[in-house]
Ligand binder design. Sequence first.
Ligand code: PXG
Ligand code: PLP
Length: 440
Amino acid sequence: MDRPALPNDPGSFWMPFTANRAFHQDPRLITAADGMYYTSHDGRQIMDATAGLWCVNAGHNDPLIVEAVQKQISTLDYAPHFNFGTPQAFELASKLADLFPAGLNHVFFTNSGSESVDTALKIALHYHRMRGDAARTRLIGRERGYHGVGFGGISVGGIVKNRAQFGTLLNGVDHMRHTHDPARNAFSRGCPEHGAELADDLIRIAELHDPSTIAAVIVEPMAGSTGVLLPPVGYLQRLREICDRYGILLIFDEVITAYGRLGRASAAEYFGVKPDLITTAKGLTNGSVPMGAVIVDERIYTSAMENADAPIELFHGYTYSAHPLAVAAALASLESYRRNDLFARADALAPLWEQAVHSLKGLPHVADLRNLGLVGAVELQPRPGAPGARGTEAMKMAWAEGLMIRVTGDIIALSPPLIITEDEIQQLFGKLAGILRRLD
Ligand code: PXG
Ligand code: PLP
């Protein structure tokens, strides 16, 4: 494998969530992609076991999406959506309203998951205030939650390193306990049995602050970025009940789980729990053009329309909300998911995927294995005194052997495009097993 040449000043590009200095010494460059595979700078085919960053659900360079974006850029490159509109944006919003659970019928467009989260938090605050329930200003997140990197998102988020350097963040935020309990739940297949009672932590927090001061709770129905933490059976239902009891809005952050990852359009549908708002991004455009969308319950939208104190109901929006290229990419992505029946495909593959994930049991360093839909996690025992080192090394070995995996500390997360074949699943886990056997 040739080492790729970087410019003399590689630091010009300050890379996101990356060990920049280490990357300059050992760069991994990607030059093309198609279907399940990337092409590396030295012409190798690299299987994409992560769908990029959980976003390329239909596989790379889906012709439907490529053509739609090409056509759009040569027809209408940009149009504002402040005071003006494009027909396709309305069409996309109504398609999304159909895709998400009944009642979640209104869509606010953003450009990323982080913006979707900040948008949802603001809509929640706005909703209570416009109803005259202005004391409801507190926002509740959860330990180990990832909600992107805006100030709202890191405030309700619970990943300490993402928060520690950035001052006092938003006021009036508290966090529930996370649900990760390997002592009781290690090697569970699908959602773990123990831990529904952890939802009651919301009761403790609500009673501590006075429930009438709490605007919203935000959780990932399945936490991806923090290392694939699955909700205990019954946990999300219980959270919903407690929110209803106290008049708290429930936000599901589905930036990873929406658009087929769990074999359904949304985790809300998968778990049969209806939140009041859903944040999405990533798979909305198959990763091809940045876009996010917040799906909002009927009563929140209606309330804003009826109770607004100014002609503009919500003082919020982005230059690129409903950008024409993103809208074209999203319409084509939804069409591709539908035509290829990809959500059902993910659902049908999930049992085989589960078998494959749990086939790694007993291999060196494997402390836990988790799976749900087409998501898998391999939690490795950290090297004594060097947390994360083993994970990073596994990622580098995988790259050298033609496999892209994602690591969070010592947890390997797997989330392939939903077009993966049974044969490719076997190849993926065969390769990974070999790596684990040789990993120090
Ligand atoms: N919420 C959730 C639940 C996410 O997973 C975001 C918000 C933020 O989205 P943007 O588009 O602003 O990045 C995310 C993003 C990983 C990984 O390695 C996960 C994400 C992003 C990058 C890496 O698991 N999730
Ligand atoms: N900063 C300045 C100076 C701006 O004028 C704008 C938008 O007009 C923004 C930030 C926000 O940018 P965006 O709408 O792309 O989020």
